[in-house]
Design a protein around this ligand. Structure first.
Ligand code: ADP
Length: 520
């Protein structure tokens, strides 16, 4: 059954990119390859950003604070209309999951490169999302599927869930709005604090209770859905290396999924998309517990930061697919055409100091000389000499590697990090190098508590570690051991049906776009 009413295909000749930094430049690149003209927007702080220079047109939209620039939805829509754009690509963050903005875009007669405002509304709030998937056989984290504010009711529910538990903001995002409660005595105070924090941070004080899953892994499924009822899953990404519940390193495929679990999670993700009539790129996030049971967390109704690892292992350009779907074309790939090709890892290069609790560290990018060579991709929003503005997310760039298997990808990431010359603000580069040398990471034995368990800031980064044999914690591998593990991993992969280095038979780039272009 089609997820929304299919409309007649309509080419996109010009798009306004309502974002900044690496994602604005990344969208611009695909748009250019597809023959779509680009309109960039920039705040005063981003006047010299590369995406501004590379766009066909660029317009100032206000002072640096995002509320005065990138979040002025009405202004951006007006600009898109004046510039005769057919579409707006929101990227991630800013207005990308704002259902009222999506609705305003629709009402202005423009296309949003993303889902409908209705699906966004259904999935935009964690409580609403849980309610929306009821009846679709989606395993939920034990807890409430409705907001809780009454202390007596909360105590009753908490006793049922057990401790520790999490109080989460329904409108939360970016790892914010979560509070762990370890015993009943803490509940009342935590509930009040959580409600006032949620009100201040998200303008919505609605909170709910959820069981705190011990030592989970964060596994998410990338989906693509068109207007014709076709939904495919592009396998998983593992994003368990997190600080403050925010991702720092992502990889695909996950080192802990076997083919049957991959199919089960992929199909569950497709059911989530069906539950909200989803169209375009979306991601269904799950937690996987120690017994390989998975639980639905939420759906992100947009392109994600970590999408390049999926692009590497599938050979697909996700932004291209987004544009094709938005233009009303059917998906040109079927589920059975998809294969996992090798392994990909992404490190988020953030201007924050791992020696100082990952707090933002801004300043001028004095030297910025990224690595090159086979299997390396850098998606950056900055160039040497630029000042990093205080107003936005500290993500400077993403370093993504691709190799035939996980061990080779780790070796490639290490090599790339060794080559990377960056000076100015403190960044997560040396933290990335440290993770790639940790025995538990290399052997695929980790969960979302990895940083808390092993990472000790400057002690980890600045003290030469003893050989792994004599170290119980933060244990790097010797080179010979890496080689030995590589042999075992390779053997395992050759026996797995799912991980193949073959390209699929079906073409990944459809001709439909060019046909549409020619005929319009
Ligand atoms: P956000 O929308 O802020 O990103 P999520 O619900 O997606 O919040 O969760 C972000 C991260 O927080 C997860 O990847 C996980 O590390 C942690 N987390 C969330 N819910 C739970 C839970 N019930 N138990 C344990 N960890 C959780």
């Amino acid at each position: 059954m089609p997820s929304t009413l299919a409309h007649a295909p309509k080419p996109i000749h010009k798009v306004l990119i309502a974002n900044r930094g690496e994602i604005a430049w990344r969208i611009l690149r695909t748009a250019r390859e597809m023959g779509i003209e680009t309109v960039a927007v920039f705040s005063e702080a981003d006047r010299y950003a590369p995406h501004v220079r590379h766009a066909d047109w660029a317009f100032p939209i206000g002072p640096p604070p995002s509320t005065a620039s990138y979040l002025r939805g009405g202004h951006l829509i007006q600009l898109a209309l004046e510039q005769e754009c057919q579409a707006i690509h929101p990227g991630y963050g800013f207005l990308s999951e704002n259902a009222s903005f999506a609705k305003a875009v629709e009402e202005a007669g423009l296309l949003l490169v993303g889902p409908s405002s209705k699906s966004m509304e259904a999935m935009g709030n964690k409580v609403a999302a849980k309610q929306a998937v009821a009846g679709y056989e989606i395993p939920l984290v034990p807890g409430t599927d409705h907001p809780v504010s009454d202390p007596n009711q909360a105590a009753e529910i908490a006793e049922g869930i057990g401790f520790p538990l999490l109080i989460k903001a329904a409108a939360g995002g970016g790892g914010k709005g979560m509070r762990i409660v370890t015993k009943i005595e803490e509940l009342n105070e935590s509930l009040n604090l959580a409600i006032s924090e949620a009100t201040n941070a998200f303008g919505n004080g609605s909170v709910f209770l959820e069981k705190y899953i011990a030592a989970p892994r964060h596994i998410e499924i990338q989906l693509m859905a068109d207007d014709f009822g076709n939904i495919i899953y592009l396998f998983e990404r593992e994003c368990s290396i997190q600080r403050r519940h925010q991702k720092l390193i992502e990889e695909a495929p996950s080192s802990c999924l076997d083919p049957s679990l991959r199919i089960a999670m992929g199909e569950a993700a497709v059911r989530v998309a069906l539950a909200c009539g989803y169209r375009n790129a979306g991601t269904v996030e799950f937690l996987l517990d120690e017994n390989n049971r998975f639980y639905f967390l939420e759906m992100n109704t947009r392109l994600q930061v970590e999408h390049p690892v999926t692009e590497y292992i599938t050979g697909l350009d996700l932004v291209r697919l987004q544009f094709e779907i938005t233009a009303g074309l059917p998906l040109s790939i079927r589920q059975e055409d998809l294969r996992i090709n090798g392994h990909s890892i992404e490190l988020r290069i953030c201007a924050e100091d791992p020696r100082n609790q990952f707090l933002p560290d801004l300043g001028k990018l004095i030297r910025f000389h990224p690595p090159q060579g086979p299997g390396i991709r850098l998606d950056s929003g900055y160039e040497e000499g630029m000042d990093i503005p205080v107003h936005y997310d500290p993500l400077l760039a993403k370093l993504i590697v691709h190799a035939p298997d996980r061990l080779a990808a780790i070796a490639r990431m290490k090599r790339a990090l060794d080559e990377f010359e960056l000076s100015g603000p403190a960044t997560t580069l040396d933290f990335g190098r440290w993770v790639m040398s940790q025995r538990d990471f290399v052997e695929g034995r980790f969960d979302t508590g990895f940083i808390a368990k092993y990472f000790r800031g400057s002690e980890s980064l600045d003290t030469p570690l003893p050989p792994w044999e004599s170290s119980a914690e933060g244990n790097p591998l010797s080179f010979s051991e890496e080689i030995a593990i590589a042999a075992v991993v390779l053997q395992h992969q050759f026996s797995s049906q799912e991980v193949q280095n073959s390209q699929p038979d079906a073409p990944f780039v459809s001709d439909a776009w060019h046909q549409l272009w020619k005929n319009n």
